[in-house]
Design a protein around this ligand. Structure first.
Ligand code: 5GP
Length: 203
């Protein structure tokens, strides 16, 4: 059976507060791009710290929605968990919004890495599409100025099924083994969730 770890809101806040000085120094973002739904709460907490710790006092959060393929009738076992689907994306001017910016992509957990890989490669396509609207002489500089970084609250140390472009700035709140993390926003009874988290911390 997969071991579970219950994570509290305070745990997440604390992990973010510990990592943000490094993010502020090494990759001060122009935009936070939350992957919903798990990236929403972390991104909002990060905004508080990054507005304080960087020159960007008006740092904003954008959102995209991605989920790993939900099994539907007739889906083969191999297909399940192989595909990432978009449930929400930036507007038709996605490339325009991001071009020339340092974009920090935020999610709660990096498991197989498929979601992060999908996000970066699709956003890069939006950038390339936008670059076509610019004179060729400007494209290289604009492409170079557009950077994607990653922040996840938890990174599972396990073989990843997809890769990020070499050199992508990558930050995690904590690195763990291959556990199943129970996040507080999934709990119906938050007190029971917190009690379980406390019990696990003591054991
Ligand atoms: P990926 O395998 O693409 O890195 O992760 C995809 C998504 O699976 C995550 O964004 C998250 O929604 C979900 N996921 C992966 N591992 C866990 C986990 O340990 N706990 C929870 N609650 N969700 C997870």
């Amino acid at each position: 059976m997969v071991q579970h770890l219950h994570v509290t809101y305070n745990d997440i806040h604390r992990l973010i507060s510990q990592r943000m000085p490094q993010v502020a120094k090494e990759f001060p973002p122009d935009i936070l791009l939350a992957i919903g739904g798990g990236g929403f709460f972390p991104a909002r907490v990060m905004r508080t710290f990054l507005r304080e710790q960087t020159a960007n006092k008006t740092l904003q959060i954008q959102a995209i929605g991605l989920s790993l393929y939900e099994p539907v009738e007739g889906t083969s076992a191999e297909q399940i968990g192989q595909e990432v689907v978009r449930t929400q994306w930036l507007g038709t001017d996605a490339g325009k919004q991001l071009l020339g910016k340092r974009v920090l992509i935020v999610d709660e957990v990096d498991d197989t890495r498929k979601t992060l890989h999908y996000a970066v490669s699709e956003l890069q396509k939006d950038i390339e599409a936008e670059l076509a609207n610019h004179p060729e002489s400007e494209r290289d500089a604009l492409r170079k100025a557009t950077q994607f970084g990653i922040f996840v609250v938890h990174n599972k140390l396990k073989p990843k099924l997809a890769e990020l472009p070499a050199g992508t700035p990558y930050f995690s709140g904590a690195d763990l083994g291959d556990l199943w993390l129970d996040y507080p926003w999934e709990a119906i009874d938050i007190e029971a969730h917190n009690s379980q988290a406390n019990a696990e911390a003591k054991s």
